[in-house]
Design a protein around this ligand. Sequence first.
Ligand code: C2E
Ligand code: MG
Ligand code: MG
Ligand code: MG
Length: 292
Amino acid sequence: KAKEAGKNNCQFYAKGMSASAVNYLLLENDLRRAIELEQLTLHYQPQFDLASGCLTGVEALVRWQHPERGLVSPAHFIPLAEETGLIVPLGEWVLRAACVQQKQWIDAGLNVPRVAVNLSTRQFRQRDFPGKVASVLRHSELPAEYLELEITESCAMEHAGETINQLNQLNQMGVQLSIDDFGTGYSSLAYLKRFPLAKLKIDSSFVFDLPLDQNDAAIARSIIGLAHNMQLTVVAEGVEKVHQAEWLLAEGCDQAQGFLYAKPLPADQFESHFNRAGEFDLNNNVVTMPSL
Ligand code: C2E
Ligand code: MG
Ligand code: MG
Ligand code: MG
């Protein structure tokens, strides 16, 4: 491998690779070490019931605190992690860290109904993935009902037959399952109805221009209708404005997540929003709910 060639690296790069490829390789090396050195951290973004304002859960989102580059966005390193296979150890770290954190919240008396963890395709496709989840739940002593796993629409549909098997095993364990970025991939409705899902998450690209954009409004309304006809909960992602939240509430969307309520927060900042009764306090924080 190039990185084992030591001092000849520069020469090797110069001949065969573009600057961005060099950058990529350096980043890959760094990412490998980051997983070992625990430079990764999770931020948590709350999700709310639109009608009541109650906290319904949090989504765990990975961050990389790079010693020189600063906080690196997952949009940059998740694709790299997927290409190199590093997503498997990275994803395991995320799953473990999120389950341990959720268990701590329960033990501390904070009412956090559920933690949602994003899965990459490669991670989800591992044969023994449900077994790995079971082992993480056992070690963290977290009851399965507190864990939600998000897979993207394209991941779910890619090998739909296998997906059904994996999802059934996870569902039988008591884990909640949701489809992330719904509407951006291609869904076979025949498969969708056979997946043991709890939730659809409307992709933020359909939410940003609500309610003015007629196409986005039609798409969002259709997803809400589809979800409800299939007895699924529907969550809107990327809610930034009160007008969007009001429209979503009026259209019957169940839950919302977005900068209007809160950005993804480090655990301690997230915890600071809970009152003495252990409830996420709407008056004591950033949250503004749409007027009913
Ligand atoms: P996602 O799962 O769809 O997560 C939602 C993304 O939207 C997050 O970006 C979040 O910070 C951002 N977001 C939330 N509310 C708003 C809003 O109101 N406006 C805008 N503009 N953005 C909002 P983030 O944290 O940068 O993550 C990006 C993507 O990276 C995630 O999209 C997910 O696909 C992936 N990702 C993050 N963490 C993990 C992980 O642990 N494992 C895997 N496999 N993928 C992850
Ligand atoms: Mg997600
Ligand atoms: Mg999403
Ligand atoms: Mg997304």
